[in-house]
Design a protein around this ligand. Structure first.
Ligand SMILES: N[C@@H](CCC(=O)N[C@@H](CS)C(=O)NCC(=O)O)C(=O)O
Length: 208
C-alpha cells in the first residue's frame, strides 16, 4: 500500500491526503513531524533530506517529496484530476505554483501569529498586516472564481487542491464580518467542504 509520511495537521500533508481521497486511492499515513518529531532523524532524512513532511513512499520503496509534485505525480499516474487540455492543465499548474509563491507565504504571519505563537508573545501589528496580505491574495483567487467554477476551468482539477488548506485556515481564523471581496472564494469553500475527501482530511482536522 502507498505510504504518506506526515502528521495530518500539516497543510502540505493535507493536500496529498485530499488528492488521494479524490482519487479513491487507499494509503497508510504515518505520523511524523510537529509533536510527533522524528523528521530530523537520519532514517527520515535519508528519505527526505529537507526533514519536512510529506514524503510519498510507493509499494516498491520509490520516494517523492514536495507536496504539489506528489499531487501531480499521482494524478498523472492514475489519470485523474489532471486536465487533458494542455492550456487548462497549465492553468491548473499555475494555481499550484501560485499557492507556493504567493498564497502560502501570505497566510504564514496570520497562521503563525495566532496559532503557533503563545498569546503573550503575539505581535498584533504583524498579525494585522498578515490578515491584510492574505485577504489581498485571496481577491486574486476570487477574481478567477468569478469567471470559472473551479480554478482552472469549470471542472474540478488538481489546480484546486493546494489552496484547500489555506482557504480553510483563512475561514477559520478570520470571522465573516472581517472578510471582504471574496464572495466567490466563499462559494468555492462551501463547494469543497461538500467533498468527502476535503471534509475528512482538511475541514474536520483542527487548525493547530
Ligand atoms: N514545499 C514543501 C514544504 C513542506 C513543509 O514545509 N512541511 C512542514 C509542515 S506543513 C514541515 O514539515 N514542518 C516541520 C514539521 O512538521 O515538523 C512541500 O510542499 O512539501
Amino acid at each position: 500500500m502507498l505510504k504518506v509520511w506526515g502528521r495530518n495537521t500539516s497543510s502540505n500533508v493535507q493536500k496529498v491526503m485530499w488528492a488521494l481521497g479524490e482519487m479513491g486511492l487507499p494509503c497508510e499515513r504515518i505520523d511524523i513531524g510537529g509533536p510527533f518529531g522524528n523528521n530530523k532523524e537520519p532514517a527520515y532524512l535519508a528519505m527526505n533530506p529537507n526533514g519536512l513532511v510529506p514524503t510519498l513512499e510507493e509499494e516498491d520503496g520509490w520516494l517523492l517529496w514536495e507536496s504539489n509534485s506528489i499531487v501531480r505525480y499521482l494524478a498523472a499516474k492514475h489519470g485523474k484530476l489532471e486536465p487533458a487540455d494542455l492550456r487548462i492543465r497549465a492553468q491548473a499548474q499555475k494555481w499550484m505554483d501560485w499557492q507556493l509563491s504567493v498564497a502560502g507565504p501570505a497566510i504564514f504571519p496570520l497562521f503563525w501569529g495566532l496559532i503557533r505563537t503563545p498569546p503573550e508573545k503575539r505581535d498584533d501589528a504583524s498579525i494585522a498586516a498578515g490578515r491584510e496580505k492574505i485577504g489581498e491574495a485571496l481577491k486574486i483567487m476570487d477574481a478567477q472564481l468569478g469567471k470559472t467554477k473551479w480554478l482552472a476551468s469549470d471542472e474540478f482539477s488538481y489546480g484546486d487542491i493546494p489552496l484547500g488548506p489555506i482557504v480553510h485556515r483563512y475561514m477559520t481564523l478570520v470571522p465573516p464580518p472581517e472578510r471582504a471581496g471574496i464572495k466567490n472564494v466563499e462559494r468555492w469553500y462551501e463547494a469543497v467542504c461538500a467533498r468527502p475527501g476535503y471534509k475528512q482530511h482538511i475541514a474536520d482536522v483542527p487548525v493547530v
